[in-house]
Design a protein. Structure first.
Length: 435
């Protein structure tokens, strides 16, 4: 997962720089740019008056943490291209055997296929070969290319403001914009065009609704915050425990907690607070995910009370375990953890950073065992049936069900992505030793 954006037109460099704060909820490890300079593609921070530019906010889903490898520059014959993409390409070595990671393989293959086949057929050929998900922005000397992956797993939106063409992962980064349909490519620049690229049934990632997307963004013609509130209301149906207050894990579980509390007639309290400067904990590198220094509990709001603690999802369990312990220490008499998505028991190969079953707390455990592992008095997830009822059929549920959009050998994909991460980490360490 990460954030991508781009612009073509007067002042594009400044426009793209302005997108960064609205994309960093999708990636906060680094920010990279590419822009047009004298008719050539350059990697680096653009001047404000650059005619065209693209941006990438980094969230590591493969490769080393703490580095900023995108946008990726590639050149084939006389064609230059810079590419930033959102997703994961499992079979990247089939696109380019010499590439060190999936973004590099995508950029190289895109440059090669566009040169040899032309723009429309070249882009289509690359996407026909991809196993995984890849929504992208690409800067060419003569245009800005935006492509949403064929299943629409990763979002992408476009806008045109007085001749200034803009593209970004989410509508909130554009101010005003519309979503690209799955399998759609759009070009703006010296010439403009749009065409379909191997379109397939829409399968937007469920976790975009649950966690990743900004609550003010529109996905599938629905405001994300409204969808989260609906999940919270559905989660409250059939609740069998008694509680005094509803708390939540900040910030993405807030809307679900509001819906949950509304259905039960309880009050939401900001009992768990997080430093606003801490960033998003889940997307931090592993060594920076320690929740305790980043969260605080307001003792007065929970002491002696039965607390419903709502979270949007439960993946590794490390943060939630720490927060439950902090609530217990603050004097909560009972802690009922409620999760606004079903158990995640399968890796994601489409752009999320959990690509091994062993790192998932629900893998090989039933709900009672997970509850004991996080220290809750009770644990309950929303059912898969209610989850699908709220989100709909045009959604990817692979991490909940193990039913992927492609024919993926899970064990082999886990090994390949682990190998990739180790390789890039070693390369980064070697580079650092020579600085």
């Amino acid at each position: 997962m990460c954030g991508i954006g781009g612009a073509w037109g007067r002042g594009a460099g400044g426009v793209v720089a302005g997108m960064v704060p609205w994309l960093m909820h999708r990636g906060q490890e680094g920010v990279g740019f590419a822009y047009l300079s004298g008719g050539s593609v350059a990697v680096g921070a653009p001047p404000r008056d650059a005619e065209a530019a693209i941006v990438h906010t980094r969230y590591s889903t493969s490769g080393a943490y703490g580095v900023q490898p995108q946008p990726v520059y590639a050149k084939y014959r006389d064609l230059e291209v810079a590419v930033a993409f959102n997703g994961t390409i499992v079979n990247y070595r089939e696109l380019d055997p010499s590439a060190s990671f999936d973004g590099e393989a995508l950029a190289r293959s895109l440059a090669r296929e566009i040169w040899e086949r032309g723009l429309e057929e070249g882009v289509a050929e690359v996407y026909r070969r991809i196993v995984g998900a890849a929504s992208l922005v690409a800067l060419l000397p003569w245009g800005l290319l935006a492509v949403r992956d064929p299943n629409g797993v990763r979002p992408l939106a476009v806008g045109n403001e007085g001749g200034l063409f803009k593209v970004a992962s989410e509508t909130v980064a554009l101010g005003e914009g519309v979503e690209l349909a799955p399998g759609t490519a759009a070009l703006y620049g010296r010439r403009s065009a749009s065409w379909r690229v191997d379109p397939r049934p829409s399968r937007l990632c469920a976790l975009e609704y649950v966690y990743f997307a900004h609550p003010a963004s529109s996905l599938g013609d629905r405001i994300v915050g409204d969808v989260r509130a609906r999940l919270g209301r559905a989660l409250a149906e059939g609740e069998g425990e008694e509680g005094d207050v509803v708390a939540y894990v900040p910030e993405t579980a807030r809307h679900a907690a509001l819906g949950f509390a509304e259905r039960l007639g309880l009050r939401v309290v900001d009992a768990v607070v997080k430093s606003r400067y801490a960033g998003r904990i889940f997307i931090k590198p592993p060594g920076e995910r320690d929740a305790e220094p980043l969260f605080r509990v307001a003792k007065e709001l929970v002491a002696g009370r039965r607390v419903f603690l709502v979270d949007d999802s439960l993946i590794r369990g490390t943060n939630l375990r720490a927060i439950v312990w902090m609530l217990r220490r603050a004097g909560a008499s009972r802690i009922h953890v409620r999760i606004a998505s079903p158990p995640i028991r399968w890796p994601c190969f489409y752009g999320m950073d959990f690509q091994r079953r062993e790192e998932l707390i629900a893998w090989g455990r039933d709900v009672g065992e997970v509850g004991r592992a996080i220290g809750a008095d009770t644990l309950r997830y929303i059912s898969l049936e209610k989850f699908v009822e709220v989100l709909g059929e045009g959604v990817c549920y692979a991490c909940f069900t193990g039913r992927y959009l492609h024919d993926i050998d899970v064990a082999r994909a886990e090994r390949e992505l682990l190998r990739l991460s180790k390789y890039l980490k070693n390369m980064d360490q070697r580079a650092g030793s020579h600085e």
